[in-house]
Ligand binder design. Structure first.
Ligand SMILES: [Zn+2]
Length: 306
């Protein structure tokens, strides 16, 4: 039934050699020992996930745009939201300007830096970005840190959503102490008009993500990723169980479908879209609600017609 339904993927990345360089530039360099440990972990992830090496290829903006458009058309995806990997995402900005009706981008700022709210303002007003991505465990700040409040305040004024990666993550430099979605509770409380998206349903902090739904109406979840985190729970969950709980607790208006597709050699993670569609059918989710989850909710947050 959902085969002809429009899809707006709410969580993707543009991973090329250039965006990887841009994302590394602002992080402090790793020592040799840490870099080696990071590589070993990456290799373990690649073998577990049975994916090709994650070293992204050199690719021009035009070539990347052509490739993603072909992938979208092949798999019935109307549009996608591409999340920046670090501040000043220059290549991503040029990429989405190729097809502004099908590619949308979220920018990235370091919220504790003086004037970060003005950088965000300019990215939204003049550089074509439609939202903000923050990554507390890599950036090393708690989401509730009041130094970030000017950024939240400006995002609320601009009417854009802010997406957070909490929970487990591939990046070796991450610090799980900043990864708990409960950090978002005071932010959700103090900025009731600001849509906050918890990526990957908390990537392991599933219970905490569900608590947020109880406390605040402006918290959303995305379903993206391969779901590695589901194994690392005291009782492993299946994607179906996760979606079932999300539907019960967040309801169909606050769930955003995402695939976390990112990589040239991997292409679009079409199997995740198929799995989502099958589960939504099995759970007998009404067609209208399926349409919201597969794109309508993100379109509402982006304020685009759907
Ligand atoms: Zn992601």
């Amino acid at each position: 039934m959902t085969a002809g339904m429009k899809v707006l993927d709410g969580h993707m990345h543009l991973l090329t050699a250039e965006t990887a360089r841009e994302a590394r530039d602002w992080l402090p360099p790793m020592s040799l020992a840490v870099a080696a440990a990071s590589r070993r972990r990456q290799e373990r992830y690649e073998s577990e996930q049975a994916i090709a090496s994650a070293d992204p290829p050199e690719e021009s903006v035009e070539a990347a745009a052509r490739r993603w458009l072909t992938e979208f058309d092949r798999h019935g995806v109307t549009a996608g939201v591409f999340l920046a990997l670090g501040p000043k995402p220059g290549m991503l900005r040029r990429f989405v300007s190729q097809h502004p009706d099908r590619f949308f981008a979220f920018t990235f700022v370091n919220p504790w830096e003086a004037g970060a709210e003005n950088v965000l303002d300019e990215d939204i007003r003049y550089r074509g970005f439609r939202g903000l991505k923050l990554y507390p465990s890599i950036q090393g700040f708690h989401a509730h840190d009041e130094r970030a409040y000017p950024v939240y305040d400006r995002a609320e004024t601009l009417g854009i959503p802010v997406l957070f990666h909490f929970g487990v993550t591939l990046d070796y430099r991450s610090d799980l102490r900043y990864s708990n979605p409960l950090d978002l509770h005071p932010v959700a409380r103090d900025f009731p008009g600001l849509p906050l998206i918890v990526a990957h349903a908390g990537a392991g902090f599933f219970r905490e993500a569900l608590f947020l739904a109880y406390h605040a109406a402006n918290v959303f979840v995305d379903t993206s990723g391969s779901g590695t985190w589901m194994r690392y729970l005291p009782r492993p969950l299946s994607r179906r169980e996760v979606l079932e709980r999300l539907l019960d607790v967040f309801g169909p208006d606050r769930i955003v479908y995402g695939s976390d597709s990112r990589h040239a050699s991997e292409g679009y993670r079409h199997w995740l879209l198929r799995e989502h569609r099958e589960i939504l059918e099995t759970l007998r989710v009404p067609e209208e609600d399926q349409r919201k989850i597969l794109g309508g909710n993100m379109a509402r947050l982006l304020r685009i017609p759907w």
